[in-house]
Design a binder for this molecule. Structure first.
Ligand code: ZN
Ligand code: FE
Length: 252
């Protein structure tokens, strides 16, 4: 399974997946036609388009790519009226094949009411869209904080060795927020060096791993007493901590 990272718009990432054995080409969240097509052209085909959610910056390439390559579009069943050109309706916890690859759909509502993640368990890879970012999480637009907290915890429980591919390059801004609260986290300071060096040479900070995120992403550490103390909310529940962090980040 080969993954190509495609930079789109100002800070979006689309991901091309090439399954070499059966020569099946798929794309996750084609933000825009031109940037994606430049990469797809090398393969001369696009079999599948997979969408994590309905926002324009994740589906804008759908129709033109489908028209050009006769691709099949996969999206969550609940969002069948919002995913342009949808062909295959996906269900929560369902398993689907693209070539020799199998992925599982994980329903992660909060950012939108129909958001899903694509989990390639065997390859230890997850595409999280706008639900879980490196050092952050998505804004809660259509769901509740409780839903988003539960969604993030679903992803938190995957194998720590899982590589995480998210929908945006928000890492630097997220890092600043994490450092603001979790000031003495040595893992975070180490990660900051890596992030600055990558961005300095115009490289994506993605993928990250769940293992790294568990040590550094404040939204995955709502159960940590260090974070609770920093917020002066020692007696709050993990979910209350999440809510507080989400509010603070919205205004950061
Ligand atoms: Zn979005
Ligand atoms: Fe987005």
């Amino acid at each position: 399974m080969k993954i190509e990272i495609i930079s789109c718009l100002s800070d979006n990432y689309s991901y091309l997946i090439h399954e070499e054995k059966s020569n099946i080409v798929s794309i996750i969240d084609p933000s825009e036609f031109d940037a994606c097509d430049k990469v797809i052209k090398k393969y001369k085909k696009l079999d599948n388009i997979l969408n994590t959610h309905h926002h324009a910056d994740h589906v804008d390439g759908n129709l033109r790519l489908k028209e050009k390559y006769n691709s099949k579009i996969f999206g969550f069943v609940k969002d069948k009226n919002r995913i342009p050109g949808i062909d295959i309706l996906l269900s929560d916890n369902g398993f689907y094949k693209i070539g020799n690859l199998v992925f599982k759909v994980i329903f992660v509502p909060g950012h939108t009411s129909g958001h899903i993640a694509f989990h390639f368990e065997k390859e230890k890879i997850v595409f999280t869209g706008d639900t879980l970012f490196s050092l952050g999480c998505g804004r809660v637009f259509e769901g509740t904080h409780e839903q988003m907290f539960n969604s993030i915890n679903k992803l938190k429980n995957l194998d720590p060795e899982t590589s995480l591919y998210c929908g945006h390059e928000y890492t630097k801004k997220n890092l600043e927020f994490c450092l603001d609260i979790d000031t003495h986290n040595s893992f975070l300071k180490k990660k900051a060096l890596m992030i600055n060096s990558k961005l300095g040479s115009h490289q994506p900070t993605i993928p990250t791993t769940l293992e790294e995120e568990l040590k550094t992403n404040i939204f995955l550490r709502c159960d940590d007493t260090t974070i609770k103390k920093a917020l002066k909310l020692e007696n709050s529940t993990d979910q209350e901590i999440f809510s507080k962090l989400r509010d603070l980040k919205d205004n950061f």
